[in-house]
Design a protein around this ligand. Structure first.
Ligand code: ADP
Ligand code: MG
Length: 417
């Protein structure tokens, strides 16, 4: 009843644009340009799907336009999703102003509204969760189409209906799972490539840092000493005092930068000990709590249990201090920071979620680059140091972020056996 090559062709029509996009176009261009290219490829795929539909032997035809339509929303963004929706309406209108057009209008408008509510969440979640969301959205859309069809054809043969519904649902749901899985795998491959580049960059910087930073530190100490002596001097004018204060704070800043730099260059395995990460993070939270309260931010601490890793205590301390501090600094006005811990396989994951200003994809990519900062008094070294330390521990930092929604830093660290 159902011809398999028919389905394979439909799958090809959906997959080829995806492959073309991720093989040739993904790396080039800005995120906006990429979104537009992807959206247009989805429209092409919709066009082909609707022009060459699937045919069951009973004579009923249908197509898989829902798949590229949903992809346009999920990977091209809301605007490209709307373009794809408009394209479907237009093309269906050209085919004919009949009941099928009304069904399309009804099903895709309602689905678009639902998809809209899932878009932000979709960006932030892991693969399994993504598969679930796309599965449910496809299911909803196909059911809406089926309801429309049910209304329009009052007289039908029971067995044909049963077959049609089954094939319709199964082919859609299967296809979306396959396609999302492939897209995510291709994306991960690309991300790994840029991560490797990043690691290389950090290594070079680290080596340079070792030589320069050490040399700069000594003269700084001398200058600091003299400032201290001058400060104790009696008859100083107020402007002289404030100048000295300014020199002092600026020197401190320089010292922080050098400290960060030096810790980058430190040898890999100094003073490794078995530590309970949860206990360590708790102590960092204690330190940061007053800073957070000052800014009207609550730290929701959901950490419990004990997870042991082998690492240098100071270094891990610095990782969490940096990331928690960044989280707090990303929030304007009131907000919260949520800390969670979980065990997955042989590693512990600590996630730090803020509801701050978030970052664009481009900005997330720049994280960890030396001197990348958006703050007036930032050093742009914090995250670079974090990446380097976690990398040395054979761990990993993953960042999910959405503008105006917030950011989640997940730190994966291997447990001691
Ligand atoms: P700094 O904090 O000194 O600016 P970092 O390396 O710690 O340097 O961070 C680099 C930049 O990354 C920050 O300036 C900020 O723009 C961005 N960033 C880091 N963490 C977050 C976060 N949780 N939310 C939003 N932006 C962040
Ligand atoms: Mg920072």
């Amino acid at each position: 009843m159902f011809s398999f090559d028919n389905y394979l062709f439909a799958l090809l029509v959906v997959l080829v644009p995806v492959f073309v996009y991720y093989s040739f176009l993904y790396k080039k261009g800005s995120p906006q340009k990429n979104a537009i290219t992807f959206g247009l490829l989805c429209c092409l795929s919709i066009f082909l799907s609707m022009t060459y539909p699937l045919e069951l032997s009973g004579g009923q035809i249908y197509d898989l336009r829902t798949i590229p339509w949903l992809l346009a929303y999920l990977y091209g963004g809301i605007n490209m999703g709307l373009v794809a929706t408009a394209f479907i309406f237009l093309y269906r209108f050209i085919i004919g102003l009949d009941i099928g057009f009304i069904i399309t209008l009804f099903a895709y408008s309602l689905s678009s509204i639902t998809v809209y509510f899932f878009l932000q969440k979709y960006k932030m979640v892991e693969l399994t969760e993504k598969l679930k969301i796309s599965f449910l959205l496809t299911l909803l859309n196909t059911i809406l189409v089926l309801i429309g069809l049910g209304y329009s054809y009052q007289h039908f043969d029971q067995t044909i209906v049963f077959d049609f519904v089954t094939y319709f649902l199964v082919s859609h749901l299967l296809t979306i799972l396959i396609v999302i899985y492939i897209i995510e795998t291709l994306q991960e491959k690309e991300q790994n490539k840029s991560k490797l580049l990043q690691a290389e960059r950090v290594k070079i910087i680290g080596e340079m840092a070792a030589s320069v930073a050490h040399e700069v530190r000594n003269p700084l100490t001398v200058v600091k000493g003299f400032i201290y002596i001058f400060k104790t001097e009696k008859n100083l004018t107020t402007s002289q005092i404030s100048s000295l204060e300014l020199m002092d704070t600026e020197l401190q800043r320089a010292e922080t930068i050098i400290h960060n730099y030096l810790s980058l260059a430190k040898s890999k395995t100094s003073d490794m000990e078995k530590i309970d990460v949860i206990e360590l993070v708790q102590s960092v939270v204690c330190v940061m709590n007053s800073y957070a309260l000052l800014k009207g931010i609550t730290i929701v601490n959901n950490l419990e249990g004990s997870y042991y890793i082998k690492a240098n205590r100071c270094e891990v301390n610095q990782v969490f201090l940096n990331i928690i501090k960044n989280g707090i600094e990303s929030i304007d006005g009131k907000g919260h920071l949520i800390l969670r811990a979980s065990k997955k396989g042989n590693s512990v994951t600590i996630s730090i979620t803020d509801n701050g200003k978030g970052m664009t994809e481009e900005e997330v990519k720049r994280l960890g680059s030396p001197f990348y900062t958006t703050k007036d008094y930032g050093t742009g070294l914090g995250t670079m140091v974090c990446y380097k330390i976690v990398d040395n521990l054979q761990g990993e930092i993953k960042v999910k972020s959405s503008v105006n929604v917030g950011t989640t830093f997940s730190i994966f660290l291997p447990l001691v056996r």
